[in-house]
Design a protein around this ligand. Structure first.
Ligand SMILES: [Zn+2]
Ligand SMILES: [Zn+2]
Length: 206
């Protein structure tokens, strides 16, 4: 699988590009800003972006969506319960960031949906707590989890914003993520990657 991490915007959000090396079919996770820079990587590798998947609806993860969609014609996906965030600049907090952003998803998705790019498959895991419709994307074969702002290296996402719920966050991480094998690499929405095994042992919030 082709894999690229690009750190974008004032909040240093991680945008990920994943693609099948043969078919060149790709998915972009969280184009939070700097759509031009993300698109240059896509062009350089001659990828066809099938999906733009949003781990949740906060401004630092969605700022580049509209422009990247124009450039790629990819389908924008978000969990049902975070659709209201991307449709409201107040709720997605962009009114307080670099300027209001509001748009509609092409499709809303739920728990256990499977997405495919070429031969690579990922399962959607609904992990509310940071927002109501936060998701993780789990590539079982590749042993990779994209965790959005749910689980970070040695930390967890904040739960004091609209739709946040600390109790729910902890139980989602314990029930749905800590069940995964130790050697699954976790790529969060900000900062360095980690593993399920490391977080199970060392994360002070769990
Ligand atoms: Zn967030
Ligand atoms: Zn974030």
């Amino acid at each position: 699988m082709l894999f690229e991490r690009i750190v974008v915007g004032a909040y240093a959000a991680n945008c990920y590009i994943l693609a099948d090396e043969e078919t060149k079919e790709a998915m972009v996770i969280d184009p939070g800003s700097e759509a031009d820079r993300i698109y240059r990587k896509i062009e350089a590798k001659e990828l066809t972006v099938k999906y733009i998947v949003l781990t949740h609806g906060h401004g630092d993860h969605i700022g580049g969506v509209e422009q990247l969609k124009k450039l790629t014609s990819a389908k924008v996906l978000i969990h049902h319960d975070d659709a209201e965030l991307i449709e409201s600049a107040e709720l997605n907090l962009t009114v307080n960031m670099s300027g209001p952003v509001a748009f509609k998803a092409d499709e809303t998705i739920g728990d256990d949906k499977t997405l495919e790019v070429g031969k690579h498959k990922c399962q959607i895991i609904h992990t509310p707590g940071h927002t109501k419709g936060g998701i993780c994307l789990y590539f079982k074969e590749e042993k990779i989890l994209f965790a959005g702002d749910t689980l970070f290296y040695g930390s967890i996402g904040r739960t004091d914003l609209y739709g946040g719920n600390h109790k729910q966050m902890i139980s989602m991480i314990k029930e749905k993520l800590m069940e995964l094998p130790d050697d699954v690499t976790v790529y969060p929405g900000h900062g360095a990657s980690t593993t399920i095994g490391f977080e199970r042992k060392k994360n002070p919030f769990l």
